[in-house]
Design a protein around this ligand. Structure first.
Ligand code: ZN
Length: 508
């Protein structure tokens, strides 16, 4: 039995004979339970016509045709579960007719299976051509009028959206076959994209009424986006609309075409800490004018394995600061996080991650520890308050004038030294010119010989250490040169620690 409320009878009487499919009629009659939509198409059509006939005073010309259709079908030995509708619906353009059949779902399933994703549930999305909105609007205005005659209201929001109804039909079929649930917040998304070229021009009249709504935008093929059409429909007066888009909308010969079935898995984030032992290894690929300057990079050495194992499309590498190509990173290493985009494999145990870490650590240039899967929010924590964090360095310094014990003691006595740094000359090509202050929290100098000493620094994150040593032509003040009143330069630099307590340390 159908569950259409009696007050919606005029809406059904208006739509069904006009060339609207039974499922769309249910939508406009605000039927909110899923089951009627899932009925086999023919069964639902028969039920609806019975419902209309029960009132006795309707005999639209097309009704006769429909009844003949159904009788013809009943004569056949077997009625297929989803008989093709006699004509394409003038509202959904076949979406709720031909494009939700078990055969169509089979296509979706094939695509999902061949894509080879790991997932525990799924979210389903539908992309519909914009002209459906115009047709929907047209039907709503007519239905609203019918309802008003009996002092009933019909808000646009009361109507069941096409996407909703479509999902009510499709979800159970996919769920059943895959054995997983449809969940709105699933990380695995299956999307179907439809178009309908024959009716593409349905929207065009809107541009003459509401020019402002349709402005060309980058990376949009057409100005008639769903968003723009919604905006224009909101603005256009009912009368104008009805004149320019007369009721009923045309019944096209063919249904919507499937453009694509897309599968995508939300990014997975992997974090850890790395040591870098080479003075000829940049953190990220070093490419100038398309030409590679260094053979590899920290980023590549870490992500190569991850990319292959998680089977991803691409990645984004980020870290808590970075070191120059000739600087080593020692101690417990530098925190990093990698966003793995569209991973096909996502289920990894702690042991899997440990094995993966060991494989990465086959390199003698870098070592990784605490490799783990983290949340997107946790990655933000790494970047949070980065400026306030401290970093420890060890540097080998050369001085022009011979140094003595008193120079070493002088440096050791300095605490919380405030310095001003203009953007260093060597990074001016990629960073804006700015002047900023940084704090050198502590300094400890160790005499090596009369022209060399080792300097241990604890500084605010973001301090340019090389410039603090040589002064960068007076762009960093004060600096080791100016403090010792001689020319000084930095020969070697190591990062000894990055004081960010993330990601959490793992047991070895
Ligand atoms: Zn329809």
């Amino acid at each position: 039995m159908l569950v259409i409320e009696e007050k919606y009878r005029p809406v059904a009487e208006l739509l069904l004979p006009s060339g609207t499919c039974p499922r769309c009629v249910l939508r406009f009659c605000c039927v909110g339970s899923h089951a009627p939509y899932q009925l086999p198409y023919k069964e639902l059509a028969d039920e609806l016509w019975k419902f209309l006939a029960s009132d006795g005073d309707i005999s639209p010309p097309s009704k006769k045709v429909r009844l003949e259709d159904s009788e013809e079908c009943k004569d056949k030995a077997q009625i297929p579960r989803d008989v093709e509708a006699p004509q394409t619906c003038n509202l959904c353009l076949g979406i709720l007719q031909h494009l939700c059949s078990p055969e169509f779902v089979q296509k979706i399933l094939q695509r999902i299976r061949s894509a080879g994703y790991e997932f525990q549930d799924f979210v389903f999305s539908v992309s519909l051509p914009a002209q459906l909105l115009v047709r929907e609007h047209s039907a709503w205005l007519q239905a609203q009028q019918e309802m008003r005659k009996q002092d009933h209201l019909l808000q646009k929001a009361d109507i069941i959206q096409l996407k909703e109804a479509y999902k009510w039909i499709i979800h159970p079929m996919i769920s059943e076959k895959l054995g997983v649930q449809a969940v709105s917040k699933s990380l695995f998304e299956v999307g179907v994209v439809f178009c309908h070229q024959d009716t593409d021009e349905d929207c065009h009249f809107l541009a003459t009424v509401c020019k402002d709504c349709f402005k060309p935008a980058k990376n949009k093929q057409s100005v008639f986006t769903r968003m723009a059409v919604v905006k224009a429909l909101d603005k256009i007066k009912d009368n104008d609309f009805c004149i320019r888009f007369p009721w009923p909308p045309s019944s096209p010969k063919t249904a919507c075409q499937l453009v694509d079935i897309q599968c995508n898995h939300a990014s997975v984030f992997v974090a850890g800490r790395y040591n870098k032992y080479s003075r000829t290894l940049p953190q990220t690929p070093w490419v100038i004018d398309g030409e590679r300057k260094m053979e590899s990079s920290v980023e590549e050495l870490i992500t190569e394995q991850l990319m292959a194992v998680f089977k991803v499309d691409s990645f984004n590498f980020s870290s808590s600061g970075r070191e120059d190509v000739d600087v080593r990173t020692l101690g417990r290493g530098r925190p990093f996080a990698i966003e793995l985009v569209n991973p096909h494999r996502v289920q990894f145990t702690k042991q899997d991650m440990k094995d993966l870490q060991e494989e990465i650590n086959n390199s003698d240039k870098i070592k990784v520890r605490d490799l783990q899967i983290v949340s997107r929010e946790a990655v933000a924590y790494m970047k949070e308050g980065e400026e306030e964090k401290t970093k420890c360095y060890s540097a080998l310094i050369w001085t022009e004038k011979p140094i003595g014990k008193e120079d070493i003691e002088f440096l050791n006595d300095i605490k919380e030294l405030k310095i001003i740094q203009k953007t260093p000359l060597r990074v001016l090509h990629r960073r804006p010119l700015a002047s900023r202050s940084r704090i050198i929290h502590t300094m400890k100098a160790e005499y090596v010989d009369e022209h060399h000493f080792r300097l241990y620094l604890k500084t605010q994150a973001g301090t340019y250490i090389k410039e603090f040593a040589h002064g960068d032509f007076g762009r960093t003040v004060p600096n080791i040169s100016s403090l010792l009143k001689t020319t000084a330069d930095i020969l070697e630099l190591d990062v000894e620690s990055v004081d960010v307590d993330w990601p959490p340390a793992l047991e070895d």
